[in-house]
Unconditional design. Structure first.
Length: 369
């Protein structure tokens, strides 16, 4: 296989896919835990470390095979193909949602009079170019460049917000929320941070597949840390009475930053974080869709599938009426109740258990002999 990724590239891909969207889209849902939302983020992090554990263990069972191949090796031809289809459904549905979220946010924050179709077409042009010309390795090199910049910008926003903190906003701890509120608040960030499940596909592209797990865990822990710090900063600066009513508390927090009385207008920084993160995420998803669909349909050149997939993504991105339908309904009706338990936890666990059983069964006759 010509496509090869390093462990560091996998680290940046997973980190960017996790971090940018989570900072913007899931702070509000997690704030249903009120001032205990930071505890919800920790719970979400534990769930995502479990997802990473299952995904890496399953992907390393047959390191010489692609996800399409080893799913059939483990579960048989028909069930294995069905598993691939389930993941394709996940990627086919989340990609237009991310594209629509991107256009809506840009329209609200920057280009109020620009049609959303123009914004989406511009991003489509960029991700098609990156995916077609570079493939996953080209996208990974973009991630290596953009990843450190994103972390620096997030850190800059957090540091600049320190002078606005009010520690009373985080009290009392646990008393007003309880375990059920904390668990409910953890579901949205856990689902958005669960992109380590894509390692099921990435592993076969790596130069040293069996050494990829530490990079996956490192990406998850780094993303959890920054989401935790951001959630705490939103609580400490905006409080829990106003921020749950905002679609984008992270952006609103940056608008209030003022250093030395004249350094202001930090709200351009999260927009840059958002655009860079969405670019990498959409490019990766487009590659996964093209490569996975090509393998499923036995198409030799996966790049040819891009021209069929892009119109589908664009049309589906136009279906939601507004940001509420594009984000809230999808999150509550599919991403959290279906994608997270099935795609991120259930199927990797199934692949791991059945794969281990098959390997032990295959080695038993040799041991007896």
């Amino acid at each position: 296989m010509k496509i090869k990724l390093t462990g560091l590239q996998v680290f940046w891909i997973i980190l960017i896919m996790d971090l940018g969207m989570t900072l913007v889209m899931t702070v509000t849902p997690s704030l249903q835990a009120k001032q205990d939302a930071w505890i919800s983020v920790i719970v979400a992090g534990c769930i995502d470390l479990l997802i990473a554990l299952l995904a890496t263990k399953a992907a390393h069972l047959y390191p010489g095979q692609t996800f399409f191949e080893y799913s059939q090796t483990i579960l048989g031809t028909w069930i294995g193909k069905a598993v691939v289809v389930i993941y394709l459904v996940q990627w086919y549905t989340i990609t237009p949602i991310v594209l629509r979220q991107f256009s809506d946010l840009v329209q609200v924050m920057l280009l109020q009079r620009t049609p959303k179709e123009a914004t989406m077409l511009l991003m489509i042009f960029v991700i098609v170019y990156a995916t077609y010309s570079g493939g996953i390795d080209g996208i990974a090199r973009c991630g290596e460049l953009l990843g450190p910049i994103i972390l620096i910008m997030v850190s800059l926003v957090l540091i600049a917000s320190i002078n606005m903190m009010n520690w009373k906003n985080i009290l009392p701890i646990y008393a007003d929320t309880g375990i059920s509120g904390i668990l409910n608040g953890s579901l949205a960030p856990a689902s958005y941070l669960g992109h380590s499940v894509e390692y099921l596909m990435f592993a076969s592209f790596m130069t040293k597949p069996r050494k990829g797990a530490p990079y996956v865990y490192g990406a998850i822990l780094t993303a959890i840390f920054f989401v935790l710090m951001t959630t705490m900063m939103v609580i400490l600066t905006l409080g829990v009475n106003l921020s749950p009513k905002m679609w984008y508390p992270f952006f609103e927090m940056t608008k209030k930053i003022s250093l030395f009385g004249f350094i202001e207008n930090f709200d351009a920084i999260p927009v840059m974080i958002w655009i860079a993160s969405v670019f990498v995420k959409l490019s990766v998803l487009l590659f996964l869709l093209s490569y996975g669909t090509a393998q499923l349909l036995n198409v030799r050149n996966w790049r040819n599938m891009i021209w069929f997939i892009i119109p589908v993504i664009f049309v589906f991105a136009l279906i939601p009426k507004d940001v509420t339908e594009a984000t809230g309904n999808y999150l509550n009706n599919y991403w959290v109740p279906v994608a997270m338990p099935v795609n991120m936890l259930g199927l990797p666990l199934l692949l791991l258990i059945v794969g281990k059983w098959r390997q032990r069964k295959a080695s038993s006759p040799a041991d007896e002999a």
